[in-house]
Design a binder for this molecule. Structure first.
Ligand SMILES: [Zn+2]
Length: 543
């Protein structure tokens, strides 16, 4: 079967059976390569910076066609994760990233993603060395690779939504995101407004300003609206969140076309927020694409709202992260109705359940994603349900008041329930029958459970000249870095956490899978106009 004829099934027309999976060339490499040294790589032509030319011909590598590998045998029987990592069943099968909420602890998620990008670059160089003569090898710099070239969907709750927006909608790299997160952290938590119990603790205006500044700096737009530096001409930071709405706020006449354009494979980002509907607070998805549930959507799938709300990027980031008592909720008119959006963490702090439901509703019940990578913000203390220790204001210090206040808040859906994240994790582990296949969760297991959402402790640092410097948030960020590095360097798996291998092996295998998919996708680009457009779309060339 020609690869060019195989796309993902249109979301409008699901059938009872999964689409046939073409067998792709397999290249046998060691998959557990934590100790493997980097392969020397010659310089340019570079790829994967969107302003650079991305259209580099690829020499066909020597390959072995396997017609015996099935999805089941590729991951079900092998509990080491190696078979899963080394097989590509369909290059365009979705790869999904999910990011939990966690306030400043989202910095830990970004450090985990940074490690993933280092591994991705390493695998790219390994394949490059195998597939190309020295003179034609491209450079893969982990500091510049874009996660949106590797993932198709990025889901985030609360500050995870902010990160998903930066990586997916604004197409930023992880290093810039890390720097930005520090700036936003200082804007958010550096200036406390009120310590009165139940009052809003922080002003939301600095967050809006910070996000608009990030948008002005990074918003990706069509070439005819870019200046000579590739920036959006006269950008005011008010860009719309859904991809299909233009500068003037116009939606295309044929929205269905945009729905189908999901096959054109621009990375989509989705923020999980919460809104009050009639009497209940419900999880609500703010998407960059127009989602439609078909009549064929299985009954067990949790249906969220449909479509893509016409909101601006800054509104979406505020909506997803408006934690009760921390920030004012966002009131906005969507679809002729006024809605109040709150931090999604009060309903689903781990968005991977929502991501799974969306995937099934798009691709059918009998298909598995190629990858659903869930990244946490530190394992909670399971004996506590909400963020009792992080309860703002003086009540947080009185055990009895705290207990009462937390019970009240949990019953009224006002508290972020971190333990919910672990329940979603358990559900996905069951669904995927372990973490050695398409489902992976990376989450610091110890060291962050007592860190407050808005921790922003300074440090005193001595520079080269012996001058002491006050660094806002320095101690908090150093602690997060320290515990995350310990987690990433751990050499033994923890079976009680359902790990099948140490985190660093899981990351290496995840990177291998992502790189194999990206390279397999690149190889389809010359098969037909459709394939070329799909590949170019992934790279952001049809924005
Ligand atoms: Zn812009």
């Amino acid at each position: 079967m020609a690869l060019g004829t195989v796309g993902l099934r249109s979301p409008r027309m699901p059938t009872a059976d999964p689409p046939p999976s073409p067998k792709l060339p397999e290249i046998n490499l060691m998959s557990d390569s934590a100790t493997q040294t980097d392969v020397e790589v010659a310089t340019p032509p570079r790829i994967l910076s969107e302003s650079a030319s991305l259209d580099v011909d690829v020499a066909t590598p020597p390959c072995i066609l396997s017609d015996t590998t099935s999805l089941a045998s590729s991951q079900g029987d092998d509990h080491t994760g190696k078979s899963w990592a080394s097989v590509v069943n369909d290059p365009w099968h979705p790869l999904i990233l999910c990011l939990d909420g966690g306030g400043i602890r989202g910095y830990s998620s970004l450090l985990i993603l940074k490690k993933l990008m280092v591994e991705i670059a390493r695998w790219e160089r390994i394949f490059e060395a195998m597939e190309r003569p020295t003179s034609q090898r491209r450079t893969f710099d982990e500091n510049e690779l874009l996660p949106c070239h590797y993932f198709d969907f990025m889901y985030g709750t609360s500050t995870g939504g902010l990160i998903a927006t930066m990586l997916g909608r604004l197409r930023m790299n992880v290093n810039v995101c890390l720097d930005t997160y520090k700036i936003v952290g200082n804007e958010l938590f550096g200036k406390r407004r009120s310590s009165i119990p139940l009052a809003t603790k922080y002003d939301h205006v600095p967050l809006e300003k910070a996000v608009r500044k990030i948008i002005m700096e990074h918003c990706p737009i069509p070439s005819h609206r870019r200046d000579s530096d590739g920036k959006h001409i006269n950008c005011d930071g008010l860009d719309w969140h859904p991809w299909h709405i233009d500068d003037e706020g116009n939606e295309p006449d044929d929205l269905e076309q945009w729905h189908k354009d999901i096959d054109n494979r621009l990375c989509q980002s989705i923020c999980l927020t919460a809104t009050h509907n009639k009497r209940a607070t419900e999880a609500y998805l703010l998407r960059t694409y127009n989602h439609v549930y078909s009549v064929m959507t299985p009954e067990f799938v949790t249906e969220y709202n449909t479509g893509a709300e016409k909101l601006r990027i800054w509104q979406v980031t505020r909506a997803t992260s408006a934690a009760p008592f921390y920030f004012q909720s966002l009131i906005a008119d969507v679809a002729n109705e006024t809605k109040e959006f709150k931090d999604g963490g009060i309903r689903e702090n781990n968005p991977s359940g929502a991501a799974w439901s969306e995937f099934i509703s798009l691709y059918g019940a009998h298909v598995e994603p190629a990858l659903l990578l869930s990244v946490g913000t530190g394992r909670p203390n399971r004996e506590r349900d909400g963020f009792a220790e992080t309860w703002p204001g003086p009540v947080g210090h009185w055990a009895l008041m705290r207990k009462f206040a937390e019970t009240f808040a949990v019953v009224n859906h006002m508290l972020v329930k971190y333990t919910d994240g672990e329940l979603k994790h358990d559900m996905l582990v069951n669904q995927a029958q372990g973490m050695h296949g398409w489902y992976k969760r990376l989450n610091v297991d110890t060291g962050l459970e007592d860190m407050k959402l808005d921790s922003w402790e300074p440090s005193e640092e001595i520079d080269d000249k012996g001058t002491t410097r006050h660094v806002p948030g320095g101690k908090t960020l150093a602690t997060i870095k320290d515990v995350t590095e310990k987690y990433l360097n751990r050499t033994k798996e923890i079976r009680e956490l359902k790990e099948y291998a140490p985190p660093r092996t899981m990351i290496s295998q995840t990177a291998e899978k992502l790189v194999r998919h990206r390279r397999a996708r690149e190889k389809t680009k010359d098969l037909s106009d459709f394939d070329r457009r799909r590949w170019e779309s992934l790279l952001g060339q049809h924005l």
